[in-house]
Write a protein that binds this ligand. Sequence first.
Ligand code: NAP
Ligand code: MG
Length: 396
Amino acid sequence: MTTPLVEMDGDEMTRILWKMIKEELLLPYIELKTEYYDLGLACRNETDDQVTIDSAEATKKYGVAVKCATITPNAARMTEYNLKEMWKSPNGTIRAALDGTVFRAPIIVKGIEPCVKNWEKPITLARHAYGDVYKNTEIKVPGAGKAELVFTAADGTQIRETIHEFAGPGILQGIHNTDKSIASFAKACFNYALDTKQDLWFATKDTISKKYDHNFKDIFQEIYDAEYKEKFESAGIEYFYTLIDDAVARVMKAKGGFIWACKNYDGDVMSDMVSSAFGSLAMMTSVLVSPDGVYEYEAAHGTVQRHYYKHLAGEETSTNSVATIFAWTGALRKRGELDGNRDLMAFADKLEKATIQTIEEGKMTKDLALITSLNDVTVLNSENFIKEIRKTLETL
Ligand code: NAP
Ligand code: MG
């Protein structure tokens, strides 16, 4: 390796897996170069969360990061870790610093079949992670009265619309988004489509929401026409806009192998549907892509707290490390691509192949054993699963 990866260590069971993956699957095979940031909760607390900010800055500098799952503190964690403050979600902090879009795709293996029979290839969900109902203002209307939407410009001029004349009690909600954030989202989607050579679908409810959703549609189209049309044509891929209800119907009939870009709420809801239909959160890759082409790879699941407590109690665990392994391979492959390091890219491919082959040979963790269609299955503990992958890797 020439340029280091930004390595963000994390918490609980995934921190245990992290160390095993490095020792068994990475360090024996590559001259791993990382700039290490400990995002474990203890270190975030000691540094007043500065370590998270530093890791995000380092990601901007080097361009590629790999992140372990981390605890987002709540009241229970305050006492468990004796915290000075209820530190913010590291993912939120990193996302805000990189202005990114999150792409999630299932890892397909034979023996773990999607519930939707015609899904042959992965469907990648791209979720806009800013605004709409997630940054809303709400009023519970007590009784009769007039609700208005008012915008006051910097110079004091106003735009005013009546929302509703209430005859009795009801509810009100104000939401917003910005052209800047929508444009970043669009560019992240177009770049990711080019990067992975997949068609891009985008859908909103612009027939009903003639200004709000229509603005999303227009910004996507303007950016596509100005900056991406030719690139898409020469890559042989397509950008396709349709209504959200049409998109949902088409997704169910499709073969997969495309990116589905969704507004914030649609992405929240649809990514849970798509991921559970494909089998398991532990078989899902997740990458945050910024509009300037900075990449942060992680697993889609959390720190698997319940397994960690068993581990601490000296009991055996069977935690699936696939998503964490794929976070590493994703980051290594991207680093290799940016540095023109073919050996590193080839290693990432090989490690992914070894991981998939191990499962397809019937050696897997308990979560997969419960849903597999394979007959001859060996259920492995956390450590032995990683060791089996190493054995497979040695044969490739
Ligand atoms: P979780 O860690 O995703 O685990 C929820 C359950 O899903 C587990 O108890 C387990 O089910 C199953 N599971 C998840 N990943 C698995 C794996 N790799 N192998 C096997 N089973 C797996 O969610 P959580 O327990 O709600 O959250 C724990 C901590 O993670 C929280 O502190 C939260 O803040 C944090 N979190 C972090 C991120 C992130 O950093 N990206 C994302 C989400 C949550 P069984 O117990 O039934 O085996
Ligand atoms: Mg959700």
